[in-house]
Design a protein around this ligand. Structure first.
Ligand code: ZN
Length: 480
């Protein structure tokens, strides 16, 4: 298979975090009984009038600012005309000529370093209903989603690999969440992605024929679908054939994309200004207020974590993957000597424990985990009172389950590490006496023998000795 230059662009639909729909007062609760959150407006009865939800407009502007886009000064909606059974009005209210945000960028880490992925635009629109195809072959319509507010975010076609596409989606979701614009929960359909992909011989060639993959609702699906398409299209091109411009769907079970419709069936949407919604202007003061009240965004937070706590970018990123864990870190960082050790504990054994128990990061909240007790455990390890291994595997889980102080658990469990030199020196001398061979080897320059002696001592103390201290004492005794 030849190597091609890959060009990927993504269109993301993010559900805005409102309690009610974009043009009526119906609720947007997830999982409600089908057609229980519907009125004459969102069901598209003739003659009804939409009223723009103020919160949707505000969140749209905020999303634009958070993504570094130029926020709209003139707000206007357009009708996008098409027929589908889940769209009773026969048109969708969207923004065509005047998107709520123009331009913008999302910064991602790629193997070539940091890359700025430019955005084309961000516009507001209403979601359509949902068709449910039942076992008898009938199709049912649920209009609960009709009129749910969406922001469509369109990237420039500048992504180069499926991994970059995934990194872009992860960062985009983090920005939307940090700004409080969308919960972006993919399992609830609050973040969906369409991908355009084309291949060409080299980056200097004109763009190849693009294929669109529709409606993916997990990062893994996006990555896998793109990887599949790259191989499929490369094979077509290698055989000297042409790529068909079409829309395809990803089938995660079969692990392949399949054609949904070709270009001949493409729509002409005949956009025109929505006559039922009055256009209005946005003044500078409103935009200034949004900028002022914008929450700390992920990229700024990662940088701050590096500056303030001395973490590296990778550790900061891992820590920020869970908001609740991240909050606990910030609460405790000032009360403990090493931010790095604290971060390692939280993202390592603590997160592993939460996953194992099926708990979320909330289980670490002040009311549920004894913060002073947790820090006591870290100090016990630092002071050599207990091995890191025993602390992670035995004491921490027991602390979480029983709520007892780690020092109490340590006393009761007999896991206390022997660090005091008096008892260790006796043990060291015994080991040296009973293993004259390795002692002679070590003195003859075979440094590996030291490791053997450390092992013997750990065995003699049933793992309770502090290995670092043992090593130092052995070296001192052996006259090194
Ligand atoms: Zn409604």
């Amino acid at each position: 298979m030849s190597v091609y230059d890959i060009v990927i662009g993504l269109e993301v639909h993010a559900q805005l975090a409102t309690r009610t729909k974009i043009f009526c007062g119906c609720r947007t609760d997830f999982g409600a009984e089908p057609n229980s959150q519907v009125c004459s407006v969102c069901a598209g009865y003739p003659g009804v009038l939409p009223v723009l939800n103020r919160r949707v407009f505000e969140l749209g502007l905020k999303a634009a600012v958070a993504l570094g886009a130029e926020p709209a000064r003139h707000v206007q909606f357009d009708r996008k005309n098409y027929f589908y059974p889940d769209l009773p009005k026969g048109y969708q209210i969207s923004q065509f000529r005047h998107p709520i945000g123009s331009g913008g960028e999302v910064e991602i880490d790629s193997p070539d370093g940091t890359r700025l992925i430019k955005l084309v635009r961000l516009h507001l629109e209403e979601d359509a209903g949902k068709l449910i195809h039942d076992a008898s072959g009938s199709s049912l319509v649920d209009l609960n989603r009709a009129g749910v507010p969406l922001a469509e975010i369109v990237s420039e076609p500048v992504l180069k690999t499926p991994e970059e596409a995934q990194a872009y989606l992860i960062e985009l979701r983090a920005i939307l969440r940090a700004a409080g614009v969308s919960d972006a929960d993919m399992e609830k359909g609050q973040l969906r992605c369409d991908a355009n992909i084309s291949l060409r011989k080299t980056a200097a060639d004109p763009l190849g024929t693009k294929v669109e993959i529709k409606n993916m609702n997990s990062f893994r699906h996006v990555r896998d679908a793109l990887a599949f398409e790259i191989t499929r299209q490369a094979k077509v091109l290698d055989a000297g054939e042409l790529i068909v411009q079409e829309t395809r769907l990803w089938d995660p079970d079969a692990g392949r994309t399949a054609s949904m419709r070709s270009k001949e069936e493409a729509h002409d949407y005949r956009y025109f200004p929505e006559p039922d919604l009055v256009p209005f202007e946005v003044d500078d003061e409103r935009i200034r207020r949004i900028r002022e009240t914008l929450e700390e965004l992920p990229r700024q937070k990662r940088t701050r974590f590096c500056d303030q706590y001395g973490l590296n970018l990778y550790d900061a990123g891992v820590l920020m993957a869970d908001d609740a864990v991240c909050r606990v870190f910030e609460e405790l960082a000032g009360k403990y000597a090493s931010a790095k050790t604290l971060a390692n504990w939280l993202t390592g054994p603590v997160t592993a424990y939460l996953n194992e128990q099926g708990l979320g990061g909330e289980a670490l909240g002040a009311g549920r985990m004894d913060h002073a007790g947790f820090l006591e455990l870290l100090v016990l390890v630092d002071g050599g009172k207990v091995s890191l291994k025993a602390a992670r595997e035995k004491i921490f889980p027991e602390f979480m389950k029983s709520g007892k102080r780690p020092s109490v658990i340590l006393e009761e469990s007999g896991l206390a590490q022997i660090s005091d030199d008096a008892s260790l020196i006796t043990a060291v001398d015994e080991v040296l006496q009973s293993h004259p061979g390795p002692v002679a080897d070590f003195r003859a320059g075979k440094t590996n023998a030291l490791q053997f002696l450390v092992g013997q001592l750990m065995k003699a103390t049933r793992g309770k000795a502090n290995p670092a201290r043992v090593k130092t004492l052995l070296e001192e005794r052996l006259g090194r």
